[in-house]
Write a protein that binds this ligand. Structure first.
Ligand SMILES: [Fe+2]
Length: 380
């Protein structure tokens, strides 16, 4: 067997686990924390709750929320300045992928200096980062356990992938109670993002037995729980999506992703569309492209889905790409790229950028920009 690595944070999981935040921060030596979140989370009341928990333990809290849905390079510099000026000692990221990725970017700059662009790509962070605690408020990005941060370069209009073991936080506190304030759309797009993490990392060239078992667990849980979680916010289903998102995060963090995410990053950089919007559209065509290079693994994924989400016998004869397409369409997800981007005039440029994205490297089948163009044409 090839030598493999599996880096994950300490995970504190369960309904009500947020109550352990202050003791976790104190364990990491906190006196004054930088809390990174955004306006949406603030409106749902979670920022106030976190501040209350920290203040009741006599921890100072500096708050940073100058963030857009996809965090930008300039926002990272602003956050790093606030961390330094306020002499904070621990970073807490609260939110979906954006505040957590921003926290990773801020931590990188305060300990390594320079500009966030200096760290684009794999393994470019040299010095240890300040202690980090992440609290996800969606079940999807997996950023709270992963070695990845995605930051938008405003000038180049691309999403930079920053990949380093240093970006794995000290502690991830995953409390499924935080999901109940999310809209149906957000629950769905997050779950689809997690499913894409699981599928892409399961067939990745860097997959190992440690990541494959996590990916299959995630696929089964998402197939079995996506409908009740989105349609009725069933508490048990939301908890299972949280477990799935964490498992998929552990898998992709260590096995990497594929061309679906590479294209989602390029599309997101150009048009500011989120992962969760782009991935269900791309995934069926990406699976068709990859299928010949990993037939057995694709069959295992299809079996895991059928096993967890009972389908009529006739559906079992459908290909994995058709099964996913039907599942997403049934859930009311827009399934044509033309519905989420204004025109296709930049498609060649988007595909050329995606080929260079770090996520393309472990894709099971080597892809040229023309292959990616074909995937986009099928998804158009
Ligand atoms: Fe993703």
């Amino acid at each position: 067997m090839q030598i493999t690595k599996f880096a994950i944070p300490e995970v504190i999981f369960g309904n009500g686990s947020i109550q352990f935040l202050a003791s976790c921060a104190q364990r990491l030596g906190a006196k004054r924390v930088l809390l990174v979140s955004d306006k949406g989370i603030e409106e749902s009341g979670w920022v106030a709750l976190i501040r209350e928990i920290l203040e009741s333990a006599k921890l100072d809290c500096i708050y940073f929320d100058e963030l857009t849905a996809n965090p930008r390079d300039r926002q990272i510099q602003q956050g790093a300045k606030l961390y330094r000026d306020s002499r904070a000692d621990v970073i807490i990221g609260l939110g979906g992928g954006s505040p957590i990725d921003a926290s990773k970017g801020i931590a990188t700059i305060v300990s390594n200096g320079g500009n966030i662009h200096d760290y684009e790509g794999a393994n470019r962070i040299i010095h240890p980062l300040p202690p980090m605690i992440f609290i996800p408020t969606t079940a999807g990005s997996g950023s709270d356990v992963s070695q990845y941060a995605i930051i938008t370069d405003e000038k180049r209009q691309v999403k930079m992938s920053i990949i380093s073991r240093s970006l794995v936080p000290n502690i991830s506190i995953i409390d499924p109670d935080l999901l109940v304030t999310k809209s149906r759309e957000l629950i769905l797009s997050s779950a689809v993002d997690a499913l894409a993490h699981a599928v892409e990392s399961y067939v990745s060239r860097l997959a190992s037995p440690f990541t494959e078992s996590q990916a299959l667990t995630a696929i089964r849980l998402i197939a079995g729980n996506i409908k009740p979680a989105a349609n009725s916010k069933n508490r048990e289903a939301l908890k299972n999506l949280s477990i799935a998102s964490t498992a998929a995060g552990m898998s992709f963090s260590n096995a990497g992703l594929g061309v679906g995410h590479a294209l989602a990053h390029s599309l997101g950089g150009r048009y500011d569309v989120t992962h969760g919007m782009a991935l269900p559209i791309l995934l069926p065509a990406v699976i068709r492209f990859n299928q010949p290079s990993c037939e057995r693994k694709m069959a295992t994924i299809a079996h895991a889905i059928y096993e967890s989400c009972p389908a009529p016998v006739s559906d079992r004869k459908k290909s994995l790409s058709d099964t996913l397409y039907n599942l997403f369409e049934e859930l009311g997800i827009p399934m044509q790229m033309r519905k989420i981007v204004p025109d296709n005039s930049h498609m060649e440029e988007i595909c050329k950028l995606a080929v260079q994205d770090a996520c393309s490297v472990p894709n099971p089948k080597e892809a040229t920009w023309q292959d990616l163009y074909q995937i986009c044409s099928e998804a158009w």
